[in-house]
Design a binder for this molecule. Structure first.
Ligand code: MN
Length: 241
């Protein structure tokens, strides 16, 4: 039995092939995989658990079926879906993991993160992150009518795309010192994260020796999945129908 890690699916009604690919993936893995970890940005936007998008209902049902079949789904907030809340968890049976979360992955001390907090060079982004992760800001946002929240999310998508255009690629990647600091302070041998959409496996030299950083890719052209079991780990690219 394998443990699966995915992130950055950015599910949205404008990309039905990715939603179909994810539903097929869940159907295939439910009851088969030992556990599924979704490390943030499952949804392109999430304005609250009363999100009216019809295709999201099908995703919720598929996640619930996966949990019922004996494959628990562990979810972490990303920078797009940080408003996923208690109602969503109750409806799907998923559990919410704090960012970061430390697990034992077949004997390897492993840290799971979304990855946006590692991009410390992007000070403009970190400022926005602090604002939207503030419980008081979230409480205020949740109290707004659905239409207003949908408009805010649409505006945030445009602003995010605009701000990325003028930025140097390296600013939007993880900061190597922050990666090292996080690995050293949590005393792990493996870090798994997403967010940067740059799938790959890296060696990180730390004060305690060498650690591995695995970056999960997105689900745009193909679906990036890290498959881990007793024998090892491999980063796969699934075709999205
Ligand atoms: Mn992200």
């Amino acid at each position: 039995m394998a443990t699966l890690f995915i992130s950055d699916l950015h599910l949205h009604s404008s990309r039905p092939a990715v939603i179909a690919g994810f539903l097929a993936f869940l159907e295939q893995q439910r009851g088969q995989a030992e556990a599924l970890y979704i490390l943030g940005d499952l949804f392109e936007t999430w304005i609250g658990d009363d999100h009216p998008e019809p295709v999201y209902q099908r995703v919720k049902q598929a996640l619930a079926a996966c949990c019922r079949a004996g494959t628990p789904v562990h979810l972490m907030h990303g920078n797009r879906d940080f408003m996923l809340g208690e109602t969503f968890l109750a409806e799907t049976g998923c559990t919410l993991l704090p960012d970061p979360t430390r697990i034992d992955l077949y004997g390897t001390a492993t840290l799971l993160m979304h990855g946006d907090s590692l991009c410390t060079d992007d000070t403009e982004y970190q400022q926005v992150r602090r604002q939207v992760r503030d419980p008081a800001w979230q409480q205020q946002a949740r109290a707004l009518p659905v239409d207003q929240r949908l408009a805010m999310a649409a505006e945030a998508r445009v602003l995010s795309a605009q701000s990325k255009q003028g930025k140097d690629e390296t600013i939007m990647d993880v900061n190597p010192d922050e990666v090292r600091r996080v690995i050293e302070s949590s005393r792990v041998d493996l870090l798994i994260h997403g967010h940067t959409h740059r799938p790959g496996t890296h060696t990180v030299k730390t004060a305690h020796g060498e650690a591995t950083r695995i970056v999960l890719g997105d689900w745009y052209e193909t679906g990036s999945v890290l498959v881990a079991d007793r024998h090892g780990r491999r980063l796969e690219a699934l075709p999205c129908r």
